[in-house]
Design a protein around this ligand. Structure first.
Ligand SMILES: C[C@H](O)[C@H](O)[C@H]1CNc2nc(N)[nH]c(=O)c2N1
Ligand SMILES: N[C@@H](Cc1ccccc1)C(=O)O
Ligand SMILES: [Fe+2]
Length: 235
């Protein structure tokens, strides 16, 4: 499957523009420095839907990662196989104007605006590919894979990071949601707890509404180190 750039409609362009002009200021104000730096390097703009070829031309020179077009959520085996090869799956369709604040499933704004900036970061991508390699070693163990998707969910999708004593967001599921960005950092509804691998592995996640718990790391190194000897001791 390819991104058929010429098929984007004027509504798609308007949706991308509205999402960008509303969410980019929140990224600058509430996202971690690595996300902000990555966003800069990606050069996303309000008036241009990202072209995957141009994104890859840039990204492959920074960390060797690439994005590739998928219709939507793909099965775990294919997902982890591609992550291990430094390939991140991205939807090509965009949500509608009625879904600007929150969407129950990942669209292109989530995958590209939310995930791609951190694919410019070496520690983070090292964690991502190592997580995938561990998952692949146990790909036929459903329980193990369920636990790996929890780890992915509570970090890559909905992770928070303490940065110079201040809480910042780095999870793509937060950064692509205009509504969940402030909620994750400032609402008194959800719990915010220190990152702990074993707690996360035992905590099921909810998919179609704001999260009830967020896990806080102190550095991306902490993520990388937390799974360094995971596969040996748990496979
Ligand atoms: C790791 C976990 O299974 C997670 O839900 C995967 C599954 N399939 C996916 N498929 C796509 N396209 N994008 C994703 O982020 C994911 N996440
Ligand atoms: N909720 C995210 C999309 C998303 C759905 C499911 C998993 C991860 C992310 C948004 O509104 O942009
Ligand atoms: Fe995602």
């Amino acid at each position: 499957m390819e991104q058929q750039y010429e098929l984007y409609t004027s509504e798609d362009r308007e949706v991308w523009k509205q999402l960008y002009i509303r969410q980019h200021p929140q990224v600058v104000q509430f996202a971690s420095q690595a996300v902000i730096d990555g966003m800069e390097q990606c050069g996303f703009r309000a008036d241009e839907i990202p072209d995957f070829r141009k994104v890859n031309e840039n990204l492959s020179h920074i960390t060797g990662w690439e994005i590739y077009a998928v219709p939507g959520l793909i099965d775990n085996k294919l997902f982890f196989e591609n992550l291990a090869l430094k390939k991140f799956p991205c939807a090509t369709w965009l949500r509608t104007m009625q879904q600007l604040d929150y969407l129950e499933e990942p669209d292109m704004f989530h995958d590209v605006f939310g995930h791609v900036p951190l694919l410019t970061n070496h520690e983070f991508t090292g964690f991502l590919s190592n997580l995938a390699v561990i998952a692949l070693k146990n790909i036929d163990d459903e329980d193990f894979i369920e636990r790996m998707s929890r780890l992915y969910w509570y970090t890559v999708e909905f992770g928070l990071i303490k940065q110079n004593g201040e809480l910042k967001a780095y999870g793509a599921g937060i950064l692509s949601s205009i509504g969940e960005t402030k909620y994750s950092l400032f609402s008194d509804k959800p719990k915010r707890v220190p990152y702990d691998l074993h707690t996360i592995l035992d905590t099921p996640y909810i998919k179609d509404k704001y999260q009830e718990v967020y896990y806080v790391i102190n550095s991306y190194e902490e993520l990388f180190a937390s799974i360094e000897n995971y596969s040996e001791s748990y496979a």
